[in-house]
Design a binder for this molecule. Structure first.
Ligand code: BGC
Length: 755
């Protein structure tokens, strides 16, 4: 029954202290506690990011595999590869409808942690290595689910980028990196889409558990981002309940058998916390309670699983990425004889293991989907799913089938034991049997197409030997249909990578600092994550961020950047895209910002806008995005603020991070520098950053040059050394070089600067 509170303060005052404390933790694994006297009912929240995992058995039982059937959509890796927020919104709505039909009031997702290393076991659930893309996809997902009155829980806040020691490890990350890389996806989604709840991560950040990290949970989340919803812990992430409460934690999940409820009561009695600290959390929980119970007033939304299966097929169709298509091997022509190879064709890997594991409503296999169109197709298993070792007989059978066909399609990838929640991968290799099978089949049949099912990048030692590769990720329950649609040309592929595929594990930016030790993992690569690293150091990659082919060809023209960052705080970049081929298709135009000045080390370029468009043959459209000031800023930790350095910026309209089509340049005066106190240890180059003090700087330079006049021939090494020294020496050297006269000048300019 719906629940409404007319006056929250009065309501809280009517509660006993024990009642308040009891609301601060769950009843069991999935339910909140009821207080019948006050009309507060217990309600359910459940996983997860790409479907609803409502446990069918008793809530006390932690069974991952026994849940109510629900549509299993592609996992996060695929969702971000669609670059299609509208479609993800539609999917979110469908997930919300299913949750509502089962009385689930909050779905625990989306999961937006940044893919710092391709090894993270949970990358299949996460969206991207890029915070902008992750934020945009998460926003759409949250809005979709919440549009039907079901809440979300964006997770895992924050800096949870590995599974190794995830419940204990201390992620040591500098402030600038935190702000530029690990927080923005949360920030964007939380401020724009307002998820009803936020789930804190298990790990520590810079010495403090996320669950009791006041800087994250209160200063940033609430004070800076203005978040008013409920902060729920990841399951058992609560360490010290009282510290957590003080830091801004509202709901501890799952239940704690009453231990922590008593700890809270005791802490108030002992004066360690005040009743107001408890009331703050209770107020937020009551507001959430009103929201979730409103579901009971709403009519049931009719849906059928068949239409959601079709939606899952569409999402999977936009998730899959055509990585390579030499000699136009794809799409398959209708009259070819096909050998379909690999056990995944029959027993697909379509989702990952762990808390996100959905009980699907049905599963479409690639074998069935292709057989419907190619009845004389031959199928060979190729490998056993239970082991990574080569099965010679199965492999030989597959090679025979390939030899007798016109085209071989090899389904390969990672089996469950290779990637999962709870542990990280240790290498980027496919099972030995999969690599060997691809090599053997490609040797027998040059027209070999590889279809990959995996949640994160893999090495492809055979890449030069096969003409076509389709990265299907973990495509959800309708993934088989979607892959068949792409192979046969019914769907024109339009997915683009939301992460870089490195050539070797050793190339990854955090290679030497992942996963760290039991105690700590240091984020020494700083902001240089994914393509931010590869592009800055000009490292070759297997496939770059943003890459994905289409059967159509798109041309870009007339990039125009309008407006002024200095006058209005944003610019609009627009470009004309034309489909110059004979088939309809979708293109994602990516806008990267590349700073030309280097006040601090910055990535070569960063994604700051994108737009996906659908174009008929010959059709053109104008695509435009707004690039706001944040798109040009870096986080200045010294002044705790976002800053735009003055100078030139390139805006690149690109088909991938490495396929830059058009470049425009803008200039900006940059953010005025904050006032500061000047001292004897500042330098002329510090003064030169403040245009209003140009005269002061030149007075100092003239004075010093005068003292050194004639000591060096212009253009010699000595002259260059002097000039560099004049710019960078502490001002106190004025006295040391210039005696009393220099000292007087020093006193005068410090007075001017500090006036
Ligand atoms: C996971 C969360 C999940 C929760 C409930 C935790 O172990 O980290 O993502 O929502 O369990 O299943």
């Amino acid at each position: 029954m719906a629940f409404r509170i007319a006056d929250t303060q009065a309501f809280i005052s009517s509660m006993t202290f024990e009642e308040k404390a009891s609301l601060l933790s769950g009843k069991d694994f999935w339910y909140t506690k009821a207080i019948p006297r006050l009309g507060i009912e217990s309600w359910m929240m459940t996983d997860g990011p790409h479907g609803m995992r409502k446990q069918a058995t008793s809530a006390e039982k932690v069974g991952l595999l026994e849940s109510v059937p629900a549509t299993c959509f592609p996992t996060g890796a695929g969702l971000a590869s669609t670059w299609n927020p509208e479609l993800i919104g539609e999917m979110g709505r469908a997930m919300g409808v299913e949750a509502r039909s089962e009385g689930v009031r909050v779905l625990l997702g989306p999961a937006v942690n940044i893919k710092r290393s391709p090894l993270c076991g949970r990358n299949f659930e996460y969206l991207s290595e890029d915070p902008f893309l992750a934020g945009e996809i998460a926003k759409a997902h949250i809005r979709g689910i919440q549009s039907v009155g079901v809440g979300t829980s964006i997770k895992h806040f924050a800096v949870n980028n590995q599974e190794k020691f995830r419940m204990a490890v201390d992620a040591i990350v500098d402030e600038r990196t935190l702000r530029e890389i690990y927080l923005p996806a949360f920030e964007r989604a939380i401020t724009d889409a307002k998820p009803w709840t936020v789930m804190c991560a298990y790990n520590k950040v810079n010495g403090t558990y996320c669950s009791e990290n006041g800087k994250l949970l209160t200063e940033i989340l609430r004070d800076e981002w203005g978040y008013e919803g409920v902060l729920v812990t990841d399951w058992t992430a609560c360490d010290d309940r009282v510290e957590g409460l003080l830091a801004g934690q509202d709901l501890e999940m799952p239940g704690n058998g009453g231990i922590n409820d008593r700890a809270v009561v005791e802490a108030v009695k002992a004066g360690r916390i005040s009743e107001a600290d408890v009331d703050r959390a209770v107020g937020r929980l009551l507001a959430l309670h009103e929201r979730v119970m409103a579901m009971d007033d709403q009519p049931r939304i009719a849906f059928d699983h068949a239409s959601h299966h079709e939606l899952a097929r569409r999402v999977a169709g936009e998730s899959a990425i055509l990585l390579k298509n030499a000699r136009k091997t794809l799409p398959l022509s209708p009259h070819k004889k096909i050998a379909l190879i690999g056990a995944f064709a029959e027993r697909p890997r379509y989702q990952g293991s762990g808390s996100s594991h959905i009980q699907p409503t049905k599963i479409s296999t690639l074998l069935d989907a292709l057989k419907a169109q190619y009845p004389d197709l031959t199928y060979a298993r190729g490998y056993r799913l239970e082991t990574g070792e080569v099965d010679e007989a199965l492999q030989a059978e597959a090679v025979r089938a390939a030899r007798e066909a016109d085209v071989a399609i090899v389904c390969a990838g990672l089996t469950d034991i290779y990637e999962s929640e709870g542990f990280d991968r240790v290498h980027l290799k496919l099972p030995v049997s999969h690599d060997a099978l691809i090599e053997a089949v490609a040797a027998a049949r040059p027209e070999t197409v590889v279809v990959l099912s995996n949640g994160a990048p893999v090495e492809m030692p055979w890449i030069s030997k096969v003409p076509a590769v389709l990265e299907a990720y973990l495509g959800g329950q309708a993934g088989g249909l979607a892959v068949a649609d792409i192979l046969t040309g019914k769907t024109n592929p339009s997915g683009k990578l939301a992460e870089s595929f490195p050539l070797r594990l050793e190339d990854t930016p955090c290679f030497l600092n992942f996963p760290g030790s039991r105690e700590r993992v240091e984020y020494r690569e700083g902001v240089f994550v994914g393509y931010r690293h590869y592009d800055s150091v000009k490292e070759a990659v297997l496939f770059p961020f943003g890459h994905g082919l289409s059967y159509a060809t798109f041309e870009y023209a007339d990039l125009i950047v309008a407006g002024s960052l200095d006058d209005s705080g944003s610019v609009t970049a627009s470009v004309t895209v034309t489909n110059v081929s004979h088939i309809a298709g979708k293109e994602t135009v990516q806008f990267y910002v590349s700073p030309k000045s280097n006040e601090v080390p910055r990535p070569e370029q960063e994604l700051k806008g994108f737009a996906k468009v659908s174009l008929d043959p010959g059709e053109s459209t104008r695509v435009s995005v707004t690039l706001d000031s944040r798109g040009f800023s870096w986080y200045d930790a010294d002044h705790a603020s976002w800053r735009i350095s003055p100078g030139a910026y390139e805006i690149r309209a690109s088909a991938s991070s490495r396929d830059v089509r058009l470049i425009a340049e803008i200039q900006t005066r940059g953010t005025p520098l904050p006032r500061r106190a000047w001292s004897r240890t500042d330098t002329v180059s510090d003064i030169l950053r403040y245009s209003e003090f140009k005269n002061v700087a030149s007075e100092v330079l003239t004075f010093i040059r005068g003292k050194f006049a004639g000591s060096a021939e212009p253009g010699t090494a000595e002259d260059l050394m002097n000039e560099a020294m004049f710019l960078e020496m502490p001002l106190r050297a004025l006295g040391q070089f210039g005696g009393p006269e220099g000292d007087a000048l020093l006193a005068r300019i410090l007075a001017t600067l500090n006036a």
